[in-house]
Design a protein around this ligand. Structure first.
Ligand SMILES: Cc1cc2nc3c(=O)[nH]c(=O)nc-3n(C[C@H](O)[C@H](O)[C@H](O)COP(=O)(O)O)c2cc1C
Length: 335
C-alpha cells in the first residue's frame, strides 16, 4: 500500500537516479529478512531455498544491499552481472520507463565494480538466503577471448557464490548473444565446468546458463541438448528481449532490452518449450514479466521450479514479493 504513495515521487526522478536511491534505502534498512507466512522451503540445485521467489540479476549488481532486499522476503538474490574488471557501462541515458506497458527498456551494458569487489562484499554477507552470482565479459574484451573473462569471474567468485549464472543473453554487450550458438557455447561451458571446483559448502558449485527469449524452437532444442549432455545444473529463462510487441511506437525506436509485462508471453513460452526438451527434474528458473500472483503461477505451470522478479518490483512494489511467496507457487506443477 505505502508503495502506491511513494511511487509517483520515485517515478518523477530519472530512472537510474530512482534506482540508486532505492538501493541506498534498502542498504540502510539492512536487517535480517522476515519469515514470510506460508513460505515453503524447497530443495533445488542441491541447495535449500527459503522460498521459490528470487530477485533477478541486475537489480543489485554490486551486492551492496542484500540484507535490506532480503527483508522484502526474497528467498534468493542473484547479484551481477559482474565482469573481471570494473567498467562504467554505456553512456546515459540508458534506462527508460514505459509505464503504460508496465515495462522498462535498458541498455546499461554491465556497469559494475568488478568481480573482486563483489566477491569481497559477499564474503562478509549477513543475508541468509541463497546468493547467485551472474557473470559476463568486459565490453573491451574481444569476443574470441570472452571465455577467459568468464573463467576469470568464476575463479574469483566460486568460493562465495551459492550458484553461478553464465550470462550469454544480454543484448547490450556487442556480440554477447552469439555465444548462445552451440559452436561457441560448448567450449565456453566446458571450460567453466572444469573450473568450478567445489562451492562454499563443499559440494560442486551449481552452474546455470541464462538465455534470451528471442531464440527459436530449434535453437532452444540445441541448447537443451547441450545442457543435458554436459551436463549443466540449470537454466535461467529469460533475459530481456529485443522485440517490441505491445509497447507502442515511441518506445519501439529505443535501443536496448525490453523487460516487464510485454516480455511475459515470450518468457513463459521459452520456459515451457525448454521444459518439454529438458524433461522433468532439470532445474529451470523462470523470469520475465512476473508482476502478479497469476503471472508467477503461470510461470510455475510452464515448468519453472523457481521464479525471479525485476521489473514487477518497480511497478508493483515490495508487496508483490510476499504475495507471490504466500499465494503463488505451491499448487503449480513444477518439479
Ligand atoms: C535495468 C535492468 C538491468 C538488468 N541487468 C541485468 C544484468 O546485469 N544481468 C542479467 O543477466 N540480467 C539483467 N537484467 C535482466 C533481468 O535479470 C531479467 O532477466 C529481465 O529483466 C526479465 O525480468 P523482468 O521482466 O521481471 O524484469 C536487467 C534488467 C533490467 C530491467
Amino acid at each position: 500500500m505505502w508503495y502506491r504513495t511513494l511511487r509517483p515521487a520515485l517515478f518523477a526522478l530519472e530512472p537510474e537516479r530512482a534506482h540508486r536511491l532505492a538501493l541506498q534505502a534498502f542498504r540502510l534498512a539492512a536487517r535480517r529478512g522476515p519469515r514470510i507466512r506460508g513460505a515453503a522451503p524447497v530443495k533445488c540445485l542441491g541447495l535449500r531455498f527459503p522460498n521459490r521467489v528470487g530477485l533477478a540479476a541486475g537489480f543489485d549488481k554490486n551486492a551492496i544491499a542484500l540484507e535490506g532486499l532480503g527483508s522484502l522476503g526474497f528467498g534468493f538474490i542473484e547479484v551481477g552481472t559482474v565482469t573481471p574488471r570494473a567498467q562504467p557501462g554505456q553512456p546515459p541515458p540508458r534506462l527508460f520507463r514505459l509505464p503504460a506497458a508496465m515495462a522498462l527498456i535498458n541498455r546499461l551494458g554491465f556497469p559494475n565494480d568488478g568481480a573482486e569487489a563483489v566477491a569481497a562484499r559477499l564474503r562478509h554477507r549477513r543475508y541468509r538466503g541463497v546468493v547467485g552470482v551472474n557473470i559476463g565479459k568486459n565490453a573491451s574484451t574481444p569476443l574470441e577471448r570472452g571465455v577467459d573473462d568468464y573463467v576469470s569471474c568464476l575463479r574469483t567468485v566460486r568460493q562465495v557464490a551459492d550458484y553461478v549464472v553464465v550470462n550469454v543473453s544480454s543484448p547490450n554487450t556487442a556480440g554477447l548473444r552469439s555465444l548462445q550458438s552451440p559452436q561457441l557455447l560448448e567450449p565456453l561451458l566446458s571450460a567453466l565446468l572444469q573450473e568450478r571446483l567445489a562451492g562454499p559448502r563443499g559440494r560442486p558449485l551449481p552452474l546455470l546458463l541464462k538465455i534470451s527469449p528471442d531464440l527459436c524452437v530449434e535453437e532452444l532444442r540445441d541448447i537443451a541438448r547441450l545442457l543435458k549432455r554436459l551436463p549443466l545444473d540449470g537454466v535461467v529463462a529469460t533475459n530481456t528481449t529485443l522485440s517490441r510487441e505491445d509497447v507502442g511506437v515511441a518506445a519501439s525506436t529505443r535501443d536496448g532490452g525490453l523487460s516487464g509485462r510485454p516480455l511475459r508471453p515470450l518468457a513463459v513460452h521459452t520456459v515451457s518449450t525448454l521444459r518439454s526438451f529438458l524433461g522433468r527434474g532439470f532445474p529451470i528458473i523462470g523470469v520475465g514479466g512476473i508482476d502478479s500472483v497469476g503471472a508467477a503461477r503461470a510461470m510455475r505451470a510452464a515448468g519453472a521450479d523457481l521464479i525471479q522478479i525485476y521489473t514487477g518490483l518497480i511497478y508493483r512494489g515490495p508487496s508483490l514479493v510476499s504475495q507471490c511467496v504466500r499465494d503463488g507457487l505451491e499448487s503449480a506443477t513444477g518439479t
